[in-house]
Design a protein around this ligand. Structure first.
Ligand code: MN
Length: 227
């Protein structure tokens, strides 16, 4: 036993569903990687050119995870908090040199859009626009062995029951396998990593009092309310 001079940070984890023995299994989260610009119509709505799009990656701290059902405080230093619904891929680890997928979930890549726009304009890092308290809500993780074929599944986000984002996963420019291959050339993926795989078009604002629900057909939903 080591004598830590302060209490170590708690382990961050998500519930697991599908083929679960006992029903209380948890997926412990290591790093969170996020893909930018992975749906052509979203690249366009952000002012980019989808024909010249290459995947970009950024990270969030695992402490930004929020479980479904939570009420979240509207974050400081923004007047334009945006939702981005995304397929989340949970990594089981590397077996015989191949990265294995543990399961899938639905996540919200919450973004302080005004802060991000100001940083982009000034050529400055926009980390704080993405990586802030409660900025990565995520559903339970469905084990890959129990999940249906989601390669062309519908993905939606509703705000107060009104559909704001609606697309299908086959519109991703970079597939899950391609994202994993690209990331592995950059950093070693490891057991516990989550990958937020990018959002389709229709991103928009949420204000206090509103409830967001993100869905992918066949997977558990993510639902959060802003206070
Ligand atoms: Mn995103």
């Amino acid at each position: 036993m080591r004598n830590y001079c302060i209490l170590p940070s708690p382990i961050v984890s998500l519930p697991v569903v599908g083929n679960v023995v006992g029903g209380d299994d948890r997926f412990p989260v290591r790093r969170i990687y996020c893909v930018g610009r992975n749906y052509a119509d979203h690249v366009t709505e952000m002012g980019g050119d989808p024909n010249r799009s290459t995947p970009i990656f950024f990270t969030k701290s695992r402490e930004t995870i929020v479980q479904s059902g939570a009420t979240i405080s509207y974050p400081p230093l923004t007047e334009n908090l945006h939702f981005e619904v995304e397929l989340v891929v949970a990594i089981a680890g590397n077996i015989d040199g191949k990265t294995e997928v543990f399961g899938y979930g639905v996540g919200l890549d919450m973004t302080r859009r005004d802060m991000q726009a100001a940083a982009k304009k000034g050529g400055k890092p926009w980390d704080m626009a993405k990586n802030f308290e409660d900025s990565a809500p995520c559903s339970a993780i469905m084990k890959a062995s129990a999940a249906p074929d989601i390669s062309a599944a519908a993905i939606t986000l509703t705000n107060e029951g009104v559909v704001k984002q609606s697309s299908t996963l086959d519109k991703m420019i970079w597939s899950v396998d391609e994202i994993i291959a690209h990331l592995n050339k950059t950093v070693p993926l490891a057991a516990g990593d989550l990958i937020y795989t990018g959002t389709p078009e229709g991103v928009g604002s949420v204000v206090a009092g509103e409830t967001l629900v993100g869905t992918i057909d066949g997977l558990p939903e993510i639902k959060v309310t802003y206070a």
